[in-house]
Ligand binder design. Structure first.
Ligand code: ACO
Length: 429
């Protein structure tokens, strides 16, 4: 017999089923709670709430475990490439050689974005943040691909997903070029994902050859992999919530991009480098910033530290930190920000305040240093995160669509405002 918990309320006893996941994690299934008891639950920030069941990514925060479809992130970051991981997330299995070749070809084929979307990006002021351009361009795709908007049609969903996987890198590169006041470099058919992307970012119009140091394209590929999914995080939950209203897939992904932008989520990578630069300009005074972060009267936080789920070292941060050392060493780059980051990491991971609260570096703490080594400026860091997270968002959107339990996401509240009052006409107020 399956396990239950008992709730005693109003002198009555209610049985609450316990639901068990494939890694033995257990949760109360409260889907009948309100109809049975009249009660709702209150959980600000969803700290204790599983919004869905999912078979895509497993994350265990105490030990620092992350697996996509059962495969450890360390192995995927080391041995797979981003398109392979995209396939794994989307279809649940690693591709065969032939399947991978077809997936790569599919992504290459559809990289050109509609002229109207390129014009839209070009119409932004040059000071616009690339995240604003990317979000706007993604939602605009829905008006150019009206043949792929039906959330009930499997074929529409497949084609829309393909388009997004092909075109987000072009949109991202064009947003960067716009912010630099440079002409767009269209995608090149015969280049792989990262090589093509770096060409669109840093190439010159009309050139026929664009060499990329494989150390850099491999580092970029790894960064995309470690960002590819992270179960029900803020942006992925947003994608699911938007999609739950039967909004189209482009609108749902654009919603996720906006959620990612915030500095408490994907925007942290940009905020980390800004913080490191600030420390550098302040006599490298790491201790001062650690003290500021601990001071409750100051809203300053150590960016890139802490995580809602990880209560130990984020396994992705470990991978990115090792890659920083490797890449900067190979390229003979001496980045003073990496030294400051390491000093900060050392102080914070031995300080009682951070230990007591389980605040360790997260994926964004070292990623900015690596993006800088690749030549990507800090206002593009969160766009890079979005590029990596796209397959995760799509996989979750599709899982949500296919779930027999799908319902519109519509939380309840506990109302704390005024009780009924008599309206006072304007002249009497
Ligand atoms: N610096 C200093 N103190 C911190 C930090 C930090 N970076 N993060 C959390 N704390 C403290 C809080 O002040 C709080 O202290 P208290 O218990 O004395 O009040 C305690 O740790 C718990 O923090 P919460 O804000 O309740 O934790 P929550 O799970 O809500 O937030 C979050 C997690 C948003 C990641 C938070 O740690 C943070 O703001 N970190 C900095 C931003 C960041 O790096 N975000 C990226 C997250 S990873 C990602 O999205 C890819």
């Amino acid at each position: 017999m399956s396990e239950t918990a008992r709730l005693i309320f109003d002198d009555k006893e209610f049985e609450i089923p316990i639901i068990v996941g494939s890694e033995e994690e257990r949760g109360l299934d409260i889907s009948k709670l309100r109809s049975a008891t009249g009660l709702v639950t209150l959980d600000e920030g969803f700290v204790n709430t599983a919004s869905t069941s999912s078979s895509i990514t497993y994350l265990e925060g105490q030990q620092g475990v992350l697996r996509y479809r059962g495969y450890p992130i360390e192995q995927l970051a080391n041995d797979a490439d981003f398109v392979e991981v995209t396939y794994l997330l989307m279809f649940g299995e690693l591709p065969t050689n032939a399947e991978l070749r077809e997936a790569q070809a599919e992504i290459r084929r559809g990289r050109n974005i509609p002229q109207g979307v390129a014009d839209l990006i070009a119409s932004f002021p040059s000071h616009a943040h690339p995240m604003a351009m990317v979000a706007a361009a993604v939602v605009a795709l829905s008006d150019y691909y009206t043949d792929t908007l039906d959330p009930f049609a499997a074929d529409d969903i497949t084609r829309a997903s393909q388009r997004l996987l092909s075109q987000l890198s072009t949109i991202a590169a064009y947003a960067y070029r716009r912010s630099m006041g440079k002409a767009f470099i269209p995608p090149t058919d015969n280049l792989d994902y990262c090589h093509n992307f770096l060409h669109m970012l840093f190439g010159e119009a009309g050139e026929t050859e664009f060499d990329v140091d494989p150390v850099l394209s491999e580092a970029l590929d790894m960064l995309l992999i470690v960002h590819a999914d992270h179960e029900q995080n803020c942006s992925t939950s947003t994608v699911r919530v938007v999609g739950s209203s039967d909004a189209n897939i482009y609108a749902s992904i654009a919603g996720g991009i906006c959620a990612l932008w915030g500095p408490l989520h994907g925007g942290a990578n940009e905020a980390v480098v800004n913080m490191l630069e600030q420390i550098q300009g302040d006599n490298n005074d790491v201790d001062k910033y650690v003290d500021m972060a601990k001071d409750k009267s100051n809203h300053f936080r150590l960016m890139g530290f802490g995580h809602r789920v990880y209560k130990s070292y984020d396994p992705r941060a470990r991978i990115v930190k090792a890659a920083c050392d490797r890449v900067l060493d190979k390229l003979d780059i001496d980045d003073p920000l990496l030294e400051i980051a390491k000093k900060l990491e050392k102080v914070a991971t031995t300080d009682e305040y951070f230990l007591a609260r389980n605040l360790y570096p997260n994926v964004d703490f070292f990623s900015g240093v690596l993006y800088r080594a690749i030549g990507i400026p800090s206002n593009m860091f969160t766009v890079m995160f979005a590029l990596g997270r796209l397959p995760g968002w799509l996989s979750h959107w599709i899982e949500m669509r296919n779930s027999p339990n799908k319902r519109i996401a519509r939380p309840r509240q506990i109302y704390t405002g005024a009780t009924t009052r008599k309206f006072v006409p304007l002249d009497d107020r």
